[in-house]
Each structure stands twice: as structure tokens, then as C-alpha cells.
Design a protein around this ligand. Structure first.
Ligand SMILES: NC(=O)c1ccc[n+]([C@@H]2O[C@H](COP(=O)([O-])OP(=O)(O)OC[C@H]3O[C@@H](n4cnc5c(N)ncnc54)[C@H](O)[C@@H]3O)[C@@H](O)[C@H]2O)c1
Length: 369
């Protein structure tokens, strides 16, 4: 049975997009929003005609009407805000990256299990139009056997460094930006065993006072020997005329496809068909509702509606907490490979943090509503 779910939102920067998504969706009712910065709250109230806002997270946590809390605070605060929401008995939607390290992962698994509540990671790029079509084709077997995935996020993201928290401990380009292509690679090759790669901190990056590398190139291998390559560059001019920010290419025995963000294009070449380009340009106003193309309201509306459908059916929306933690472990292994210059096994990191290894009972911690 389909019904309407009641949402509270914390963090109203990019949280603006989920406000728009919830207000336009028939599946959601927006109950209250929260930000520490009153100016931001007022701006959102004016923009969307909201009846209220709060500066205190406790007001969302203690509101019995709110069933789900959506978290869009700085990366370093996600762990604390998820834990508080679970302890208050709420389901959670958390924007990417789930966490900025594996340290808080184990306590969150415990808390989710104890609360019997869901944690869904808002991996927006899975929910962009070309990526949705690519996934459908993949699930229909149109690629045949996929044995390589090429995923990238290349962007001149120097604008992002205006945020004070992007220059504070816990921020990394790997978690904030590269998490998109890492998630796409792992979506298609879930059993990544080993990773290897390099990272470099460019002069521009260093001038901003960042040591976290802004130039990242990695290879990921799964248990069957299939390979993914993941790349990112974040502080240099880009070739926007030919490059799209995010790209995911699948190469299989019966077909190859490439889904692009933000170009709304999907290129395919399947057996029995010539090369084709599918454009979803007519959906531009749905996906990009504010200035520029760095907001994600359309993708968020797609994922909250998917989340609502899962709640209706008593299913666990993916990526869930455990899948999100496994993707974080891939990034932790990538980080270690970069530091040591050696290939690193993903499960090694999971064991170090006493976390469930990959390929186990993936729903072990997924608790039903
Ligand atoms: N594609 C995507 O899904 C996507 C895109 C952009 C941003 N994000 C994510 O959204 C998060 C926020 O990024 P942003 O660009 O909006 O940053 P931002 O700095 O613009 O917004 C963060 C907001 O959180 C508020 N805040 C900080 N601490 C708080 C607290 N304790 N309680 C309440 N409010 C608090 C700040 O006042 C600020 O308004 C990040 O984790 C980022 O990775 C995801």
C-alpha cells in the first residue's frame, strides 16, 4: 500500500534540493527543516514558502510526526547526526559520503540494528536519468558479460573550497567527490577484492592549504578478475565542451554503454544495433531546478520516491548502511594503496575495523520498518 511519509531535513545548503524534491513529490510531506545558520533558514523559508524552521536539531529529533530525517550537513558531521536520528527512532537518508572514515561505522551498524531503522545513502548519481537507463539495460542483460567499468568524476571544483569545512580535518576529495565514481564502479562490480592507485596533490590544491590529493587514479579488481578504473581531478580547468562531470562506461560481451552527468546523454552500442545516442534534454528542468548544474533536486526526488516505494514494500533501499560501509572500505583501501604504493585488499580494512566483510549476508543489519 502506498502512503505519504513525513520528512525533516538538517543542513540547508544542498539541503535546498531535497526541500524542492519533497515539496514536488506526492509521496512526501515536509514537516520541518533545520540549520545552525538562521540566514540560510530564512532564505529557504522565503524561497519555498515554508511555515517554519528551527536552529536546533533536537526539534527534529523530538518531533513525533517526523518519520525520516534527511542529513545534508558537512561530511564530518554525518556520523553524529545519523547516530542521533537512529537513537530518536527515525529512518535516515544521508547524502554522500556516508561517513568520512570507517571509524564510526561499527557504532552505526549497532545503532541501526538496535533501533530497527533504515539508513539509506543518497548516492545521487545512481538516480540521474542516463544512469537509470544504463542500469535498466544492464539488468536486462543487454551488455552480456560486463568485465570492465570505467567511472570518473572530473570537475573544476575550486568553488567548493569556499566552504569552511572543506578546508578542515576530515574533508577529502576522495570522500566528497570520488565517492560518486567509486559507488558506480562498486554498483556494477560489488565484490571488489583489491585496489591499487596513485594520488597527487597539485600546486593549486596546496595553495588552498589542502594536503588531500586532488588528482586520483585507481584500478579496482573483483574476485572474478573483472576490472574497474576510477579517476578524479578537482582543481584544474576542464574541457566542458567534450567532457561531462561524471561518466560511467560498461563494456560487456554483447554491448558497451556510457552514461553521463550532467549532459543528460546516454551512448550505447548493443549487439544487433548500431551505435546510438539517447538524449534526455527535455528533462533538464526536472533535474536542474536552480541556477547552474551543481544542484541535484531531480535525483533526490527520484531517490526519495524509491525510498518511499521500498518502505511501502518492506524492502531495504540500496545502498543501505552496510553497502555504504563496504564502499567506504574500498576508499580506505585506495587511500592505503596511495600511501604505501602497494595493492591493498578491501576485506583487510574491514577486519581491522571489526566490520562484516563483503559477500556475507548483506541484509544482516538491514532492519525493517
Ligand atoms: N550530489 C550530491 O548528492 C551532493 C551535492 C552537493 C553536496 N552534497 C553533500 O551535502 C553535504 C553538505 O554540502 P553543502 O554543499 O550543502 O555544504 P554547505 O556548507 O553549503 O551546507 C551545509 C549546511 O549545514 C549547516 N550546518 C553545519 N553544521 C550544522 C549543525 N550541527 N546543525 C545544523 N546545521 C548545520 C551549515 O550551516 C550549512 O548551511 C555534504 O556532505 C556534501 O557532500 C551532496
Amino acid at each position: 500500500m502506498s502512503r505519504t511519509y513525513k520528512l525533516g531535513v538538517i543542513g540547508l545548503g544542498e539541503g535546498r534540493s531535497i526541500i524542492s524534491a519533497a515539496l514536488q513529490s506526492e509521496r512526501w510531506e515536509l514537516i520541518n527543516v533545520c540549520d545552525l545558520n538562521e540566514e540560510v533558514c530564512r532564505a529557504r523559508r522565503e524561497e519555498f514558502g515554508l511555515s517554519r524552521y528551527t536552529l536546533r536539531y533536537e526539534d527534529l529529533l523530538n518531533d513525533p510526526e517526523i518519520e525520516v530525517i534527511a542529513i545534508y550537513t558537512p561530511d564530518q558531521l554525518h556520523g553524529r547526526h545519523i547516530l542521533q536520528a537512529l537513537e530518536a527512532g527515525k529512518h535516515v537518508i544521508v547524502t554522500k559520503p556516508l561517513l568520512h572514515s570507517l571509524e564510526e561505522a561499527s557504532s552505526l551498524l549497532e545503532a541501526a540494528k538496535k533501533a530497527g531503522k533504515l539508513v539509506f545513502v543518497g548516492q545521487s548519481s545512481r538516480f540521474f536519468e542516463p544512469m537509470i537507463h544504463q542500469r535498466k539495460d544492464y539488468e536486462a542483460g543487454r551488455h552480456g558479460e560486463v568485465d570492465t567499468v570505467e567511472a570518473y568524476y572530473i570537475s573544476d571544483a575550486r568553488w567548493f573550497l569556499k566552504r569552511d569545512w572543506s578546508r578542515q580535518k576530515g574533508f577529502s576529495w576522495m570522500h566528497n567527490f570520488l565517492s560518486h565514481p567509486v559507488d558506480l564502479a562498486k554498483w556494477y562490480l560489488p565484490g571488489i577484492e583489491e585496489v591499487f592507485g596513485y594520488g597527487h596533490s597539485s600546486r593549486v590544491n596546496q595553495e588552498y592549504g589542502l594536503s588531500s590529493p586532488d588528482t586520483l587514479r585507481f584500478l579496482l579488481r573483483d574476485g572474478e578478475g573483472r576490472i574497474a578504473q576510477v579517476s578524479g581531478s578537482y582543481t584544474k580547468p576542464t574541457l566542458r565542451q567534450v567532457d561531462s562531470g561524471i561518466g560511467c562506461t560498461l563494456r560487456g560481451s554483447a554491448g558497451t554503454s556510457r552514461a553521463l552527468y550532467s549532459k543528460l546523454l546516454y551512448h550505447t552500442h548493443f549487439a544487433g544495433e548500431g551505435p546510438m545516442t539517447h538524449s534526455y534534454e527535455e528533462k533538464h528542468p526536472y533535474y536542474f531546478r536552480f541556477e547552474g548544474e551543481s544542484h541535484h533536486a531531480g535525483e533526490y526526488q527520484n531517490y526519495i520516491e524509491y525510498f518511499a516505494d521500498c518502505l511501502d514494500r518492506g524492502e531495504t533501499p540500496k545502498p543501505d548502511l552496510l553497502e555504504g560501509i563496504h564502499t567506504l572500505a574500498v576508499m580506505a583501501a585506495m587511500e592505503r594503496s596511495r600511501e604505501t604504493g602497494r595493492p591493498v585488499k578491501v576485506d583487510e580494512l574491514l577486519r581491522e575495523y571489526s566490520l562484516p566483510v563483503q559477500g556475507g549476508e548483506t541484509d544482516a543489519y538491514a532492519n525493517r520498518a
